[in-house]
Write a protein that binds this ligand. Structure first.
Ligand SMILES: [Zn+2]
Length: 410
């Protein structure tokens, strides 16, 4: 059994949070000076703990456990959104550091070790999941060549700043037997349920549509109401329908959002000729996403009033990602053994685990976010919850190593 050191864990998390500190949070967007400094900090910490660690040309950091043939891969990401929180992915990375370090100190000789990873640009400053996708050899040269950040900086230019680092670190199917990612919940469910540990059932699938209504521009003072083809009014009707109809169809985990609406030409005295909205919905179940999509497309293609035409263009279609049942069980069992009751819940946000799950059995664990806040400087988790989460993950990793090592000593 691995006994972690809670005080050391908290002090490492706080030390890491001092790199790129912004108010009570952290600003450490991918490839910024602070991001690279944090990654070098992690390499040094992993090396001091006895792992063979390096940062690669993408910015991924991997610490390899010494003298083992295989490993449980544990980690997340240390980059943040602009003006973000101090925990986010850093929590899961420092959990990995603390668990591997404690295991080495304990001197248990098992053939399966603990490798620790921090993936680059999970938050998508340039390319979402760049690091985990690179790690899984799932990103193309063309994608990198065409990618720019929102402020127009080329990804290739950002990559050039660390071109002298080691060649891309890759997922090794013979070595990496599974991936465990701990993360803050980034929502209010654990807190509301008064639970300390969330076991992720699945990561939600996402469907995003641009819905465009075409009508006819007319003078808004002289054209009688009955003779208008008002694209704006038609879109608002549709938006109201979405709220009502989706509520009726929704499962317990379905969420949706109309994130943007635009009218054109966009003047008080012109009847909108065109209106557009961005609609997104998420659910951990593929059949639920299908049912909602079918209903939406039926409504969009139904005969319209006033000669307005409605079109729906699909922009994003990400399938739900299931977590490995046996790993999920293992975390749940470790939670119960620690005297806590696990909450089985979907992840409404994307994570590196989504990428890894396509290549290796993967599971995720959540700890509570105070007030559900995240991606903001107010993001926080109590020290007690942070330490308890690491203890549970360490227990799960211990059990996993014991099983995977098959009792053999190295
Ligand atoms: Zn994150």
């Amino acid at each position: 059994v691995i006994h972690i050191n809670g005080d050391r864990l908290l002090s490492d998390l706080r030390e890491l949070a001092s790199i790129g500190k912004f108010q009570t949070g952290v600003d450490r967007v991918a490839f910024s000076a602070a991001d690279i400094e944090a990654r070098r900090w992690l390499v040094a910490k992993l090396q001091a703990a006895g792992l063979d660690a390096s940062m690669d040309q993408v910015g991924n950091v991997l610490g390899r456990y010494p003298n083992v043939a295989s490993a449980v891969l544990v980690g997340s990401h240390t980059d943040t959104v602009p003006k973000g929180g101090w925990l986010d992915g850093a929590l899961g990375v420092v959990y990995g550091l603390e668990i591997a370090r404690s295991a080495i100190e304990a001197g248990e000789r098992l053939t399966t070790g603990i490798d620790v990873v921090s993936f680059q640009d999970e938050e998508g400053t340039f390319l979402p999941f760049l690091g985990s996708r690179s790690f899984c050899a799932d990103v193309t040269e063309a994608e990198i060549a065409h990618c720019r950040s929102r402020d127009g900086t080329q990804l290739a230019k950002a990559l050039a700043t660390i071109a002298h680092e080691t060649p891309p670190l890759r997922f090794d199917a013979a070595r990496h037997l599974c991936f465990l990612e701990a993360h803050i919940e980034q929502g209010p469910r654990l807190e509301a349920a008064r639970r300390r540990i969330g076991v992720v059932s699945a990561i939600v699938g996402i469907r995003r549509f641009r819905i465009r209504v075409r009508g006819r521009a007319d003078h808004a003072g002289t054209t009688p109401m009955a003779s208008r083809s008002d694209a704006g009014a038609e879109l608002i009707k549709l938006a109201a329908w979405v709220g009502e109809e989706f509520s009726r169809l929704a499962g317990p985990d379905t969420v949706w959002n109309i994130g943007q609406i635009e009218f054109r030409p966009g003047a008080a005295n012109v009847v909108p000729a065109e209106a557009e909205m961005l609609l997104e919905f998420r659910d951990p179940r593929g059949d639920m996403l299908d049912a909602i999509e079918t209903r939406l497309l039926e409504r969009v293609s139904a005969p319209q009033s006033r000669s307005c035409k409605i079109e729906a263009e699909q922009l994003v279609r990400i399938p739900p990602t299931a977590m490995a049942d046996d790993l999920r069980e293992l975390i749940a069992t470790a939670t119960t053994a620690a005297g806590e009751q696990p909450l089985l819940m979907p992840s409404g946000a994307g994570h590196d685990a989504m990428v890894l799950a396509r290549f290796v059995p993967t599971a995720m664990m959540f700890v509570p976010s105070i007030g559900g806040r995240s991606h903001d400087v107010t993001e926080n988790t109590s020290d007690l919850d942070i330490v308890r989460g690491c203890e549970v993950l360490a227990a799960a990793v211990s059990e996993l190593r014991r099983k995977l090592s098959n009792g053999r000593a190295s």
